[in-house]
Write a protein that binds this ligand. Structure first.
Ligand SMILES: Cc1cc2nc3c(=O)[nH]c(=O)nc-3n(C[C@H](O)[C@H](O)[C@H](O)COP(=O)(O)OP(=O)(O)OC[C@H]3O[C@@H](n4cnc5c(N)ncnc54)[C@H](O)[C@@H]3O)c2cc1C
Length: 392
């Protein structure tokens, strides 16, 4: 068993650290968190310049086709610097590239993938609806009606990350009112500028520089060929394509824990009370020890899931555990990091309050911690604890 990175992987890590130090320093991230709802174009271009959007594109479309694990090495540093930026970049790399590469027609791939690689096309993934995200199959009612040469879409999506700036929405809609839910869905590529689409802001405490918004489709007409995959097979296609998302979200938690731990560690050495540094107080050391253990556990699980995925092995159990451990570890790190910083823990001047706010988002997105635990026990062979089993 080899837990070490190769020479090339160490190089990716070093370059990622240098990139984040230069382009995502704490002052700039704070400025973004207080002023913008998505990373600015100048920053986007810097990601283009380092080849971030080309990295996981297939080679025939101008990409580097790197492994999930190598991608995660770069992603870890972005997550540590800013979970909002990681989400924003991830919505295009993780959803756009993967859905189009795996499900797109030759024409869709030739037209769209090179644009993604050049940073000229942003995507979002619009699945969740107001009726609920956990029981997504039971909740989807957005309907795409098939006409001769087009689809007409009506319905509502909620919490869609980056939809307010995306060029294309990858949306799952019902296309059959009579079929059972798992056989009634189809994935569409919806141009965001189509007539009849309106966006509603959803103010939230976390990830301020990457908004997640509501979308209303009111008689939105799209060309007939704008299907991704096969009509009626969207549920199963979505499950297959979306799986590595859980590894990326686990890495967001890893990044948050790493950032909170590093800042808290730095603080305890500098801050003095009762005649010496607060680092000598055992209880604060225990807070830090738990953060360190959570960091190690979640990082190991996340990289293990990425390795399993790259090697064609089943990784769903590990990815689900990684996301759960990282999400809860991130919340713990933000909470106890804030305690360690005392009053400064909740002041805008310090990023600790951002880590804490951002960590909340990971508790239920993309999958809630409760549902993660349900799935873990289902993977272990216990009876499925939730209804709707006909669907899966
Ligand atoms: C900031 C943000 C960004 C997001 N980005 C996107 C995006 O880009 N695209 C997208 O499609 N979606 C996105 N989502 C949606 C996200 O995936 C859902 O919020 C998530 O699936 C939970 O759904 P819900 O919020 O409707 O909660 P609900 O499904 O209503 O759940 C409420 C509570 O009930 C619990 N619960 C439900 N069922 C069970 C069960 N069987 N057993 C135990 N507990 C259960 C849940 O764990 C939770 O605690 C985003 C959400 C947020 C908040």
């Amino acid at each position: 068993m080899d837990f070490g990175f190769s020479k090339e992987q160490k190089m990716i890590r070093k370059e990622a650290i240098n990139f984040c130090k230069k382009e995502l320093n704490k002052d700039y991230v704070r400025w973004m968190d207080e002023n913008v709802d998505f990373p600015p174009d100048e920053l986007w271009q810097k990601f283009v310049d380092i080849g971030a959007f080309r990295a996981n594109l297939p080679e025939e479309y101008g990409g580097d086709d790197i492994s999930v694990l190598d991608g995660m090495i770069l992603f870890e540093q972005i997550c540590k610097a800013s979970m909002s930026v990681a989400l924003a970049v991830g919505a295009t790399i993780g959803f756009g590239t993967r859905f189009i590469s795996e499900l797109g027609t030759k024409k869709q791939k030739e037209e769209l993938l090179p644009l993604i690689g050049d940073g000229k096309l942003k995507t979002c993934m619009a699945f969740t609806e107001p009726a609920g995200g956990t029981d997504i199959l039971g909740a989807i009612s957005t309907f795409a009606e098939e006409k001769e040469d087009r689809w007409v879409i009506n319905g509502e999506k909620v919490f869609i990350t980056g939809a307010h700036v995306s060029d294309y929405m990858i949306a799952i809609c019902k296309t059959d009112k009579d079929a059972k839910p798992s056989q009634s869905l189809t994935i569409f590529l919806i141009p965001s500028n189509a007539k009849g689409i309106s966006i509603t802001r959803i103010p939230k405490i976390s990830c301020h520089h990457c908004d997640s918004v509501g979308i209303t489709f009111n008689n939105v007409e799209i060309p007939h060929e704008n299907i991704l995959g096969t009509k009626g097979n969207g549920w199963y296609e979505m499950l297959t394509v979306i799986n590595p998302e859980r590894i990326g979200c686990a890495m967001m938690g890893v990044g948050l824990i790493a950032a909170a731990y590093e800042d808290a560690m730095d603080y305890v050495k500098k801050r003095h009370a009762f005649g010496g540094p607060i680092s000598r107080f055992q209880i604060l050391q225990h807070y830090l020890a738990d953060m360190y253990i959570n960091l190690e556990n979640s990082r190991n699980l996340t990289y293990k899931a990425a390795w399993l995925c790259d090697n064609g092995k089943d990784y769903h159990l590990e990815a689900t555990m990684a996301k759960l451990v990282a999400a809860e570890g991130a919340l713990h790190a933000g909470r106890y990091g804030a305690e360690i910083l005392g009053g400064y823990g909740i002041c805008s001047e310090y990023p600790m309050q951002r880590y804490l706010r951002d960590a909340y988002q990971l508790q239920f997105s993309p999958i809630s911690n409760e549902m993660s635990r349900n799935m873990l026990m289902q993977f272990q062979g216990l009876p499925k604890s939730w209804s709707g089993s006909e669907a899966i």
